[in-house]
Structures are given as C-alpha cells and as structure tokens.
Design a binder for this molecule. Structure first.
Ligand code: FCB
Length: 444
C-alpha cells in the first residue's frame, strides 16, 4: 500500500500496558493491584498465568526502547501502574515508583520517541478495591489525586495523556460478567461503575487544565462495529444498537455531549437500580478533551438473548478469525471513524490500539507473521480512505510493541510485533516489525 496516503507528522507508534509487560509485581514498594489478586486466584487466568514477571519491562526497558528506536517507531503508548506510585491508592507516595517512570519516560525522550501515557489500564490498587472499588465515588476522587500526582511528577516528559483505557471492560467484564478483575457480577455495581469511571475521567481532566503543559489529554475507548446478527429480526436490530450504546456511548457521549445515551437510563429503570445522575456530574464529565482515542479490533454480531445479563449476546460470524476468535473486519474501522466524525465533529482521533493475535512459530530464529502484516495493511488502508474523506485522524498505535500477558488468556495469545521468548526474555522482531518499520520510514 501507498504510505504517502498519510499526512506529514502522522504519529506512528506502538502500545503496551503496565500489568501486561512490567512484571516486578511486588518490587521496590509497589502495592498490590486487583490484577495481581485476580491472576493469583486459581482458575481465573488460563494456565494459571500471572503478570508477576510478564516481559520484565521493569528491568529491560532500556533494551526495549533501544529496539523500538532502531525499528523507527515514532511513538510509544504505555501505562502507569497506580499501585506502583500509590501503593495504597491514596496517601503515601512510593518514591521508587516515581523514579522508575521518570527513568522510562526520560529514556524515551532521549531517543526522540513521542510519549503517550495511560493513567488507568485496569490495575486498580487492591486497597481501594477493598474500600468499595469503582462502586464508590471515593475511588473517582482518589483517581483524580493520583492523576494530579502523575501530571506533577511526569508532566514535563509526557506528550499525550490518556485517562482511561477501555472503561467498558472494567464496568462489564469486571463488574457484571465477572471474567475480568475484580470479577464481580452485579448489575447495580456495573452501572455505578460506568458513572464513577466517567466522573473520574472528568475530575482528572479538570486537574490537568490547572497546569500549563504543552501536552494533550484524551481517553481511549474500544468500539467494535455492532451489527445485528439477523437483519430481519427487530429484536436483533434493537439489541445491536443497545450493545453499542452500553459498551461505547455510555462512555463517549457523557464526555463529548454531556449526556448518557437512552439505553443507560433504560437499564437503570429496567433493573430498578439505585443510581441517580446529577447535572453537576455531567458537567464535570464533559470537560473538553483534546483527542479521542479509539481501540479497534473487530465487529460484533449481536443477537437478542433474554438469558444474557444485558439481554444480548454475540453470535459467531462467517469471516476469517484471529487467534482471539475475532472476525477480521477492516471496514468496521472505516465506518466507526466516519461515524465518530459525524457525531462529535472534527475532534482529532488517534487509533490507540489495533492489531491481531497470530500463531507465531519461530523458524530459524525468524517469525513470518504474514497474517498480522495483512491485517495491519487492511486497517491502514481504510484509515487512509477515512482521512481522505475528511476524518481528522492523527495517529496510529499498533497493539502491541511486543507479546505480553493477555489478561484472562495469560500468555496464550501473541499480539506483538516483537516476539517474546518467555523462557529467557529474548526479543525477536517478527516480519511484521520490519514491515511496519519500513512503512513508517517510507511515509515520513
Ligand atoms: C484491548 C486491551 C489491551 C489488549 C488488547 C488485545 O482490549 O486494551 O490491553 O489486551 O485488547
């Protein structure tokens, strides 16, 4: 494909998250997170895998950044582990944690790599979970204190801040389906969590605006293109719209439009939940942000299912599948980009995650992950088309720089451009890593 289809200055990067890569789960004063607890609970993660060591980025960050630099990746998205800087979530600061992140960010800057930092990529301090977690408004307030500390300590080294990564995963898999940390199954808790996460986002943005940084702030939500499984079925058609509203617009609409979609209120009424949303909260949540982060992987075929907690479930589609059993559907990214542009105007958009898992085999020290190259190419192509048609897309972060701990799937799924041999922590760039490197070089 033609790399000149992207404008000059387009930000090409890769993404990771703290719990998935750092390891050092109990080192240098770090507190326990809900993912430490969850992964240490038998039966929660495939093969009993944990993030205790992960990619050992905590110790290997210099080598990893060097590799990133040599591949010519221009930007890096990472996250901060909240319990590494605030072991108890609030109160006493862990100086060693601050030192670690300053070292990493400095190393990136010294290598001319644009820094993007996510404040919350799912690893809530366990101490705050014990006090009510995201069901409690106090957690939103604690988050804004944590965010404030990060702005103060790292603000000079960060180009882009992302408040939350995919808050829908915390609210639904985390608090309703129970298959992600903290593993709770409670409708009232889930819908309260939606609101408290949104509130936390708004409070943090307010703190950020007190500073005079040259950096930008946004949030990263995941949207899958929602399609009714049976286009002849009114209930499937309704369910698809409902799923899109619950998973995506319950987070983006309050931020961008200052209101929840009707499905959110409808669910509160249907389940007679004890949740009241005030006008003041919506004002806090709808602080202006500088960009929208979009994570895109696939489409979802939705059907009405009265036995499912929210009244819908996902059907298996006919298209080619990735190792995650996701359909490969690049057009969905195009439709979403166009749709966001129409709904929210020309706010800058960054694709903050996109990529696929593949079955990678090391043959003669090489990994020929042609499926990943094809996938990225197809998604770059539709992105270029959207830009041509006026979508204000400014950057792209491939998930992921390297293979890592894939949450409840443990180490069974490999998303990296760089292969990680977990036995000896050796990194081997895959064919896709070189392909991406060449693509960036030719487009700059
Ligand atoms: C996203 C997560 C990210 C990673 C990818 C594969 O939902 O944000 O951490 O696990 O999926």
């Amino acid at each position: 494909m033609n790399s000149n289809l992207f404008p000059q200055g387009f930000v090409w990067g890769t993404a990771t998250a703290a719990y998935q890569t750092e390891g050092a789960w109990d080192r240098d004063g770090k507190g326990i997170s809900i993912w430490d607890t969850f992964s240490h609970t038998p039966g929660k993660v495939e093969n009993g895998d944990t993030g205790d060591v992960a990619c050992n980025f905590y110790n290997l960050y210099k080598e990893d950044i060097k590799l990133m630099k040599s591949l010519g990746y221009k930007a890096f998205r990472m996250s901060i582990s909240w319990p590494r800087v605030f072991p108890e979530g609030i109160g006493e600061v862990n100086k060693k944690g601050i030192k670690f992140y300053r070292k990493v960010l400095k190393e990136l800057k010294d290598n001319d790599i644009i820094t993007t930092v996510t404040l919350y990529h799912w690893d809530l301090p366990q101490a705050l979970q014990d006090k009510g977690g995201w069901e409690s408004r106090k957690t939103a307030e604690a988050f804004s204190e944590y965010a404030d500390l990060c702005f103060k300590e790292f603000g000079d080294l960060v180009d882009y801040w992302i408040t939350f990564n995919e808050p829908f995963v915390t609210a639904f898999p985390g608090y309703l389906f129970g298959n992600m940390a903290p593993g709770i199954k409670d409708m009232n808790a889930a819908l309260l969590t939606v609101h408290n996460l949104n509130l936390a986002h708004g409070l943090a943005v307010k703190k950020f605006r007190k500073y005079d940084f040259n950096s930008k702030i946004g949030t990263a939500n995941c949207r899958s293109w929602a399609v009714p499984d049976n286009l002849q079925s009114p209930s499937d058609i309704y369910a698809a719209r409902y799923a899109d509203e619950m998973y995506y617009f319950s987070f983006m609409d309050p931020v961008m439009l200052g209101q929840y979609p009707s499905s959110y209120y409808e669910t509160i009424c249907r389940f007679k939940l004890n949740i009241v949303i005030s006008k003041e909260d919506l004002e806090i949540i709808s602080q202006k942000i500088d960009f929208i982060g979009l994570n895109y992987y696939t489409r979802m075929l939705i059907r009405y299912d009265k036995k499912a907690p929210l009244g819908f479930s996902e059907a298996k589609g006919p298209l080619e599948k990735t190792e995650m059993d996701n359909e490969v559907y690049p057009d969905g990214l195009y439709y979403i980009l166009k749709d966001l542009n129409k709904r929210y105007g020309s706010v800058p958009i960054y694709i903050t995650e996109n990529g696929r898992a593949t079955t990678d085999k090391v043959v003669d020290s090489k990994i020929d992950d042609l499926d990943r190259i094809k996938y990225l190419k197809q998604h770059f192509e539709v992105s270029a088309k959207a830009i041509k048609e006026g979508v204000n897309l400014k950057g792209y972060f491939v998930w992921s720089f390297m293979d890592n701990f894939e949450w409840a799937h443990g180490y069974t799924k490999r998303f990296g451009l760089v292969y990680v041999d977990y036995k000896n922590q050796k990194r081997i760039p895959k064919a896709s890593a070189y392909w991406y490197s060449k693509f960036i070089r030719e487009s700059s």
